[in-house]
Ligand binder design. Structure first.
Ligand code: HEM
Length: 467
């Protein structure tokens, strides 16, 4: 098992880019190897069959785990039969200590009322009003690079986390102080770093009381997050939820069916949910996208030309966003190859026959988006970077669950519009004013830690373009 690099798989045409991927084990791992490999990088535990077949049931797991990648089966789990396939307990186990029963974890009636109450807060038209704040945050990052004149490479993964957090601070927690925002960023990142223990234990069927070395630090980070968020919510309530940021709008939101408002604890849980679900994901989308553009200078030039043609040197505004087609194509192709949330999980509520297999109640059905997006039967030349796949015409030819960075069905990402607007605005602003490059040998392994991180970080050279 090794990581392929562009150089190792260099095709005849050097303009073709095959960025790093995981070379899958040729057979499912026996149980004694599964845990150490999984803890290192859960994607390395996916056997090659997962990339070729619509569903694969690894024999070592006693038939209680399946990896599902075929679009029809995925659609059945997430839409057609979703009542019988609730979220797997993995997410609850990982996130409950920091997100309580917020919208990401809640089930049944509790989830439904939260979803319909929160949905209007994420209306596309209202989000467009946030574009100037997003582009201002990107321009501040460029200004920091310009005045800091970085010699050598910058850690683009760190800078993108800072940038997407700046956006959250300007749009969602608009009442938070710099210190509070830093606390949130620090503790969310540190908490997520430890989650593979809980995921592995859940897959192996080990109960929550079984000790693991990450338990204590995780609880400490959870406490700090709650303290910080309590302060932000209390201040927003003290001014009667005035303001146009998402915290205030959540405070003012009412269930359209019953008129009920959320209690402060639920607002807190959901704000932390937006923070946890909404900044690392977008940061990783941008990190991988800038890496690909550093490796594919001809696409970088095309994005730059497009932004110049549409917005010239102006800060991006709402009316520019829809027009940035090439930028959006590149972003989608980056999220295909490196889906920021690489794995989703569901469980069988009752014993059931699915995909020709008999599963007992509680069996886990895992949808590895990473493998769906590189599936050999779904994509031509699946590991190749090719934004042309996402021209409007070609996009229409794909099955609905073939490209699914935001999930699918009723539990699809509620922040999808927010994330797409944000990522397009940030990417366009950055690429217009900065040239990105990297060593030809840079090929970081994609590691699944709830989000898809580049192992050992993403060092890129940035050169602010003089205008
Ligand atoms: C590129 C950025 C993002 C990606 C790739 C992403 C991906 C996803 C995926 C795959 C799911 C579905 C999980 C499942 O069904 O098991 C999801 C759910 C969710 N996301 Fe996102 N997300 C992104 C950005 C955001 C943002 C910006 C927010 C909020 C500000 C957000 C909030 C949520 C919430 C609350 C859910 C749970 C929805 C529910 O269960 O009803 N996400 N996201």
């Amino acid at each position: 098992m090794s990581i392929s690099t562009a150089d190792m798989s260099l095709p005849e045409d050097p303009a073709k880019l095959y960025p790093p991927t995981i070379v899958a084990p040729s057979a499912p791992l026996p149980l004694w190897r599964f845990l150490p490999v999984f803890l290192r990088n859960p994607l390395r535990a996916l056997p090659v069959q997962v990339y070729h077949e619509p569903m694969f049931v690894p024999p070592a797991m006693g038939g209680r785990l399946a990896w599902v990648t075929g679009p029809a089966l995925v659609e059945e789990i997430l839409l057609g039969n979703h009542e019988n396939f609730p979220k797997s307990p993995i997410e609850r186990r990982i996130f409950k200590p920091i997100l309580g029963d917020g919208i990401l974890i809640a089930e049944g009636a509790d989830w439904r009322w939260q979803r319909r109450t929160v949905a209007p807060v994420f209306r596309h038209g209202d989000l467009m009003a946030l574009v100037p704040r997003m582009s201002a945050a990107a321009m501040q990052t460029i200004e920091r690079w310009r005045t800091g004149k970085p010699v050598g490479n910058v850690r683009i993964d760190h800078d993108m986390t800072d940038l997407t957090f700046d956006v959250l601070q300007a749009t969602i927690f608009d009442g938070a102080t710099e210190a509070e925002a830093n606390q949130l960023k620090l503790h969310i990142g540190a908490y997520l770093e430890h989650t593979s223990w809980d995921i592995a234990y859940e897959i192996l069927g080990w109960p929550e009381w079984v000790w693991h070395p990450a338990r204590r630090p995780m609880l400490r980070h959870a406490e700090r997050l709650e303290q910080t968020m309590n302060g932000i919510v209390a201040r927003a309530r003290a001014v009667d939820w005035r303001g146009d940021g998402l915290t205030a709008r959540l405070g003012r939101a009412r269930d359209p069916e019953t008129g009920a408002a959320m209690a402060d604890g639920q607002i807190l849980n959901n704000l932390l949910t937006f923070a946890a679900a909404g900044h690392e994901t977008t940061a990783k989308a941008l990190t991988w996208c800038l890496y690909l553009l550093a490796r594919a200078p001809e696409w970088q030039a095309q994005v730059r030309q497009e932004v110049m043609r549409i917005a010239a040197h102006e800060p991006l505004r709402a009316e520019h966003v829809e027009q940035l087609q090439i930028t959006r194509m590149v972003l989608k192709e980056a999220m295909r190859l490196y889906p920021p949330a690489p794995v989703m999980g569901r469980k069988a509520r009752e014993a059931t026959t699915f995909g020709g297999h008999r599963f007992s109640a509680g069996s886990m059905l895992v949808i590895p988006i990473f493998a769906v997006h590189r599936h050999r039967k779904l994509w031509v030349d699946a590991d190749r970077f090719d934004p042309e796949r996402f021209t409007p015409e070609r996009s229409q030819s794909y099955a609905r669950t073939q490209f699914m960075p935001f999930g699918f069905g009723p539990r699809t990402c509620i922040g999808m519009s927010f994330a797409m607007i944000e990522a397009v605005v940030l990417l366009a602003t950055l690429v217009r004013d900065v040239a990105f490059s990297c060593d030809a040998s840079l090929a970081p392994e994609p590691v699944s830690r709830v989000t898809l991180r580049p192992k050992d970080g993403m060092p890129l050279a940035v050169r602010v373009l003089l205008r």
